[in-house]
Design a protein. Structure first.
Length: 363
């Protein structure tokens, strides 16, 4: 470097490509906690913020919240929700009544529908109602303790509700951004919250592994016992979600909706030899609820995910003999060599190696 007259490599590179400084984007200082990449981006950023404010106002216009359930009312209803959970644990509900997921369980009553991974063809508009009778009827206590009170307070008209869903969240649970199917449900979408305070967020984007959620267009606090109604822009034109960080304690919500008369419905399935017998008053139709093989972990949403490669690496370190273990290496080639070495070692002495085998679990 000294022989060429340069003491700094950056100076040499600059002399070789002098034209790059003219086209290099200039970075300005931080403004309002955000970094602007270009000098002329201030106007664009201002327009972006203004658009978000306009959209937030549109969302707010489609939201109505009222508080009509006292603490005593909430305690009574929460005890009934616990009974629902207990009944589901005993397997006394029909198959499509219960949908289990880590940190979140759903209980469909009156009407159920296909969504998410249940769809044969993915995408909005592909949701379908189940045939009549595939889910259990709305419990009497939901009519008496929840729907009746909403009707008396003129929140909904009498006879409006024919679908009730109970979402039961554990700490760190969530529901990803979505729009309640417009071709399935009338508006408004009515929900009543129980057990703890939480929040509803609009316009978020989810990313996974690890789970991350973008800033919402609107953050809506939801208190225990509050009633939230979504219609217009808030229900149809923007997604809503519940973020993991907003479920700090157990929280349940009862969602009350009315299905459209022209909502598409799956064809009635013919009972096969493997299907359970038809229900009778003397012998109710008892089916095991769908279960996830993963156990709920309240801290899972706040802990970094472990990569599958790391899991395999750890397993191999247990299976391999001491002289074959190598620490600090995670390359694919080393993993392959370890895998082959382990296989050859296992073949030499199956009986001696039995104690060292590790039970493989599904993840």
């Amino acid at each position: 470097m000294a022989a060429s007259g340069y003491t700094d490599l950056r100076e040499k590179l600059k002399s070789m490509t002098p034209h790059r400084d003219d086209c290099k984007p200039k970075v300005s200082d931080y403004s309002n906690g955000r970094k602007r990449k270009y000098q002329d981006s201030e106007e664009d950023y201002s327009d972006y913020e203004e658009q978000r404010e306009v959209e937030a106002q549109k969302v707010q216009d489609g939201i109505r919240q009222v508080n009509i359930f006292s603490s005593v009312d909430c305690a009574h209803i929460e005890a009934k929700i616990d009974e629902i959970v207990s009944t589901a644990e005993r397997g006394l509900y029909r198959e499509h009544t219960v949908d289990r997921a880590p940190l979140r369980n759903k209980y469909f009553f009156g009407e159920g529908y296909t969504y998410g991974a249940q769809l044969e063809k993915r995408g909005p508009g592909q949701e379908r109602l189940y045939p009549k009778g595939e889910v259990d009827d709305i419990p009497d206590w939901v009519h008496e303790l929840v729907i009746k009170k909403l009707v008396e307070n003129r929140v909904i008209p009498e006879g409006f509700v024919n679908s009730a869903v109970i979402n039961d969240y554990q700490p760190g649970g969530c529901i990803v951004s979505h729009v309640d199917p417009i071709h399935i449900f009338e508006r408004p979408i009515v929900s009543v919250s129980f057990f703890s305070d939480s929040a509803l967020c609009f316009g978020c984007k989810f990313q996974f592994k690890p789970i991350r959620v973008s800033e919402p267009v609107l953050f809506l606090p939801v208190r225990r016992g509050s009633v939230t109604m979504l219609s217009g822009y808030a229900a149809d034109e923007i997604t809503h979600c519940i973020r993991p960080q907003d479920i700090k304690e157990r929280r349940a919500v009862i969602i009350l909706r009315k299905t459209r008369s022209d909502a598409p419905r799956l064809e009635t399935k013919v009972l096969s030899a493997t299907d359970p017998p038809a229900a009778t008053p003397e012998r109710p139709w008892i089916l095991k609820p769908k279960r996830s093989h993963r156990k709920a972990d309240p801290d899972a949403a706040h802990r970094p995910r472990v990569l599958e490669m790391d899991k395999e690496e750890n397993r191999r370190s247990v299976v391999l003999p001491e002289h074959r273990r190598k620490s600090g290496s995670s390359s694919e080639n080393y993993w392959r060599r370890s895998h082959e070495a382990s296989d050859s070692y296992d073949d030499t002495d199956d009986n001696a190696n039995t104690a060292r085998k590790v039970k493989m679990r599904r993840h």
